[in-house]
Design a protein around this ligand. Structure first.
Ligand code: GH3
Ligand code: MG
Ligand code: MG
Ligand code: MG
Length: 297
């Protein structure tokens, strides 16, 4: 039940009676319900509410019908991001297949039995949850919950191509905690893990959602600064470095002082991820060689 309360469902149907009926069924299960009276209104509502998880749509509607709506929605959101269940009172049996071909997750023929309606809604949402969980297991770091190495390399392969096409800018930083082995040796591996978790949190809070933070090695993290040149990224990274130096990390074995060394590079056309990362790694090497706790370009 707790999950349902946080699930927003959009019901698109030109029949008010039908909308109210579906709303009452959904509300019995505590879903949050929003209504739209045709396909265009549904598209607008989806744009205004990016957190809608399920769209239940009728087929026959003025301005834009259910198929048109689904085709438009699927240009922006996959089956894994937004579930769609098609509805129709039309006796046409080919509708269900056509709904699903156009991108619906499931289909229901009106009139339906209440029990079937609930089962279809819950099964569709369960499938969505499972896909989300699998995606997280594949792409998030199990310890720190930031993106993992695999996500980073996949994402950046595509991202760099797009940036090259649009002649955009991007800086990439490689951060490595200084003398981290000593933390493990002094306090134990579990405390080392606590430090990594808190370090990753600070990275995420410091660099906002606009930038990509990933853990690509034991105590090595990358931050991708799309839209920033190397000088601007340097300023943010040096602020982070100074903040870390004066703010010890609280652990179950007391506060621990840590510092970080960072290398940062700027993307230049036709480079791949490895090349860009290699140049950041040269900066990191310089940072370690010059005594650590510094950012090097
Ligand atoms: P430097 O300043 O040169 O970077 O020294 P360092 O000690 O940080 O570097 P080194 O590469 O020698 O040691 C990294 C350590 O990170 C060794 C390894 O045991 C530890 N480590 C790697 N992954 C994890 C992890 O998931 N948890 C913990 N607690 N430690 C880890
Ligand atoms: Mg209709
Ligand atoms: Mg290292
Ligand atoms: Mg290190």
């Amino acid at each position: 039940m707790q999950r349902n309360q946080s699930v927003k469902v959009l019901v698109a149907d030109d029949s008010m009676v039908s909308r109210k009926f579906i709303r009452s069924l959904l509300e019995q299960h505590l879903f949050q319900v929003i209504e739209a009276d045709d396909g265009i209104a549904a598209l607008e509502t989806l744009n205004e509410n990016p957190d809608i998880t399920l769209l239940i749509t009728d087929y026959n509607m003025p301005r834009l019908d259910g198929f048109g709506l689904i085709i438009k929605v699927r240009e922006q959101k996959s089956r894994e991001e937004l579930a769609i269940i098609g509805l129709s009172s039309d006796g046409d049996e080919s509708l269900s297949a056509r709904f699903i071909k156009n991108g619906a997750n499931d289909f229901l023929q009106k009139p339906f039995v209440h029990e079937e309606f609930h089962c279809r809604v819950l099964t569709t949402l369960d499938a969505l949850d499972m896909v989300t969980r699998l995606w997280e297991q594949a792409n998030l770091d199990y310890l720190t919950n930031v993106f993992n190495r695999r996500y980073f390399f996949n994402l950046y392969e595509e991202k760099l191509n797009l940036i090259a096409q649009k002649k955009g800018v991007l800086a990439l930083a490689l951060l490595d905690i200084d003398f981290f082995k000593q933390v493990n040796d002094t306090y134990g591996h579990d405390v080392g893990d606590e430090v990594l978790i808190e370090f990753a949190k600070r990275l995420q809070h410091s660099f906002s959602q606009h930038f990509t933070v990933a853990r690509i090695g034991g105590e090595e993290f990358v931050v991708g600064f799309k839209g920033l040149n190397v000088e601007k990224a340097y300023t943010l990274l040096d602020r982070f470095r100074m903040q870390l130096e004066v703010t010890p990390i609280a652990t179950s074995k007391g506060s621990i002082d840590i510092t970080v060394s960072t290398g940062v590079s700027e993307f230049s056309c036709d480079e791949n991820v490895d090349e860009l990362l290699n140049r950041a790694d040269i900066g990191l090497y310089d940072a370690k060689a010059s005594g650590r706790n510094v950012v090097c370009i």
